[in-house]
Design a protein around this ligand. Structure first.
Ligand code: SF4
Length: 348
């Protein structure tokens, strides 16, 4: 009989909310206030080991260290674009790879994080969708993309627009947002964070009620039949229902809702689409971000030329909808989300 080695993994402290740290403190017989001290070490003093928590007694640190680890780990590889955008691959769920993008832009530096490995939503233009679903990331795995990014200290904004549908992993995403925006955590303003979604009806409601971060809805077509073909979620969670929730939600002056619109040549870039977009978004204070399609292998889609893209934007602006064209970044480093991790997973 062979020798079986069982590695017992320690629980990770990084990524736990204050309430979860209070539970940790209780479990090992420490007073509740120790949890705030631990949070302070984890999220404000940026330590890398339990040993460094020097306002805890040596005995306490030993007990904590015997059962828990901090749980930070660096990306496994990086690619840099000629425009300064970088893409990092982090290993999660034992042997899966997720992508994190770093996007510097004059005074801003944005991190684009993944919330799942793969995705269930199956949008037909998306490489991550083609991977299928491999698992939800924990708040540790989401937040580690931020903290272990080499450019961590320069970050000003975060968007949840990487791999996965963030609102399909709502609890872990909400925990991450709580840590980022609480006074005991990173203390970021919620207006520095945008969470994107395909529009899952109940999770959108819950997200709007339980967080103060911006919302970005992936629209891509204002027509039911066309959107169904691009995004299967439209069959069960119609955009009309999501727009009703948004229309009836009391957004304060700081909080923003925006719509992502990937422009596909000959498919959703016509005057008919402009007219219908203006109709369905009537009464919603918002912005549309037009995104140029990043080609993925085997795809029948293409981007319209720049002239059509600009004309589309201007027509929407003329209808009173603030519309911008998002600059394509990192085109020379497999900009389409999911492409780099698919290549890496296939290679291994
Ligand atoms: S576009 Fe987003 S929601 Fe759709 S399959 Fe890709 S990762 Fe999932």
């Amino acid at each position: 009989m062979g020798l079986i080695n069982i590695m017992i993994e320690k629980e990770r402290l990084y990524g736990k909310t204050l309430n979860e740290l209070i539970a940790v403190a209780k479990r090992i017989g420490l007073p509740g206030f120790t949890a705030r001290q631990i949070a302070d070490w984890l999220y404000r003093k940026e330590i890398n080991s339990v040993e460094e928590m020097t306002n805890l007694s040596k005995k306490t640190r030993e007990v904590l260290d015997s059962q828990y680890e901090i749980g930070l780990y660096p990306p496994e590889s990086a690619s840099e674009s000629s425009d300064g955008t970088k893409k990092y691959l982090y290993r999660v769920l034992k042997n899966k790879y997720i992508e994190t993008a770093y996007i510097p832009d004059s005074e801003r530096a944005t991190i684009c994080v993944s919330s799942q490995s793969g995705c269930k939503m199956g949008c037909i233009f998306c490489m991550t969708g083609k991977q299928g679903f491999q698992g939800n990331l924990t708040s540790n795995e989401i937040l580690n993309q931020f903290r272990s990014l080499p450019e961590f200290k320069s970050l000003t904004n975060m968007v949840f627009m990487g791999m996965g549908e963030p609102l399909d992993n709502l609890n872990e995403v909400l925990k991450t947002l709580e840590i980022l925006t609480s006074d005991w955590g990173y203390g970021w303003s919620p207006t520095r964070i945008t969470v994107s979604t395909v529009g899952l009806i109940n999770p959108v409601k819950e997200f709007l009620e339980r967080s103060r971060c911006h919302l970005a809805l992936s629209l891509h077509s204002p027509f039911d039949i066309e959107r169904r073909k691009l995004m299967p979620i439209q069959k069960t969670n119609t955009v009309e229902e999501v727009l009703d929730i948004i229309r009836n939600f009391d957004f304060n002056s700081q909080r923003r809702v925006s719509f992502e619109y990937i422009l596909f040549k000959g498919l959703n870039d016509t005057p008919r689409h402009i007219k219908e977009l203006a109709r369905i978004l009537n009464g919603i204070k918002c912005r549309i971000n037009i995104i140029r399609f990043h080609q993925i292998p085997g795809s029948e889609f293409a981007s319209p030329n720049l002239e059509t893209t600009i004309a589309f934007k201007e027509a929407l602006n003329a209808k009173g909808i603030l519309t911008t064209i998002r600059a394509s970044r990192g085109v020379d480093i497999q900009a389409a989300c999911g492409l780099l991790s698919t290549i890496e997973q296939n290679r291994r």
